[in-house]
Write a protein that binds this ligand. Structure first.
Ligand SMILES: [Zn+2]
Length: 220
């Protein structure tokens, strides 16, 4: 039985995936250590129990506290090979509007940009087609799902749940689910979403969700 806990940490969420093992997906940004500790205490989880920290992509609101959590938990940080430059440099991968909504959202976000994070050296880098999570006590795998960024990853759990980073996001204006309005490669984004839809029915994002398969199908 796998449980997914959403940690609402402000601008971006982190997710805890708990089965036999516990892994953390993304880290939020501008979150105090006290807030983190309180979130873990509420779930009855010790930071030292976390076995892996997965970063879905190289945007700073997702890896902002990766260096801190690496220290606090002792767990390895894992990302896609193409995210290493962003993480190790503390600077984020490009944010490219895909449509009019993306242009409007970027204007809204601009006063908060650039988002800078403490640089972090990843311990594990995904270079293959998939990364098996069973050794970490989680029934599932990580697959490359490029499009929002070149370095985007998703977790695909055997339960049919998926954690997809920013591939699915709520509109900052209406709250409605949207396919990423920022994308470096729109075709790749669509292909990644279709692949995920073939294997999952529930989708957790870095800023909202979960979204159902029916909600997502309406977006394509
Ligand atoms: Zn992003």
């Amino acid at each position: 039985m796998v449980k997914i806990h959403t940690l609402t940490l402000g601008f971006a969420n982190a997710l805890l995936v708990q089965a036999q093992g516990i892994i953390l997906v993304d880290t939020g940004i501008r979150v105090s250590q006290d807030k983190y500790r309180a979130a873990f205490v509420e779930l009855g989880i010790h930071m030292e129990d976390i076995q892996l920290i997965v970063i879905t992509h190289g945007h700073a609101d997702h890896f902002g506290h990766a260096a801190d959590l690496q220290e606090w938990t002792g767990a390895p940080v894992m990302c896609h090979r193409l995210a290493v430059k962003a993480l190790a440099g503390g600077e984020q991968a490009p944010v490219v509007p895909r449509n009019a909504l993306g242009e409007r959202a970027l204007k809204l976000l601009r006063p908060n940009l650039p988002l800078l994070a403490r640089p972090v050296q990843p311990d594990l880098v995904m270079d293959e087609a998939a990364f098996d999570l069973h050794p970490y006590g989680i029934p599932g795998e990580i697959i490359a799902t490029p499009g929002h960024t070149d370095c985007s990853l998703s977790l695909l759990l055997d339960s049919g749940e998926a954690i997809v980073g920013d591939i699915l996001v709520p509109s900052p204006f209406s709250g409605e689910p949207c396919l990423a309005y920022f994308a470096t490669n729109e075709q790749a984004l669509l292909a990644s979403m279709k692949r995920l839809l073939q294997q999952a029915h529930t989708f957790y994002g870095g800023h909202g969700g979960p979204f159902t398969k029916d909600e997502v199908l309406k977006l394509l």
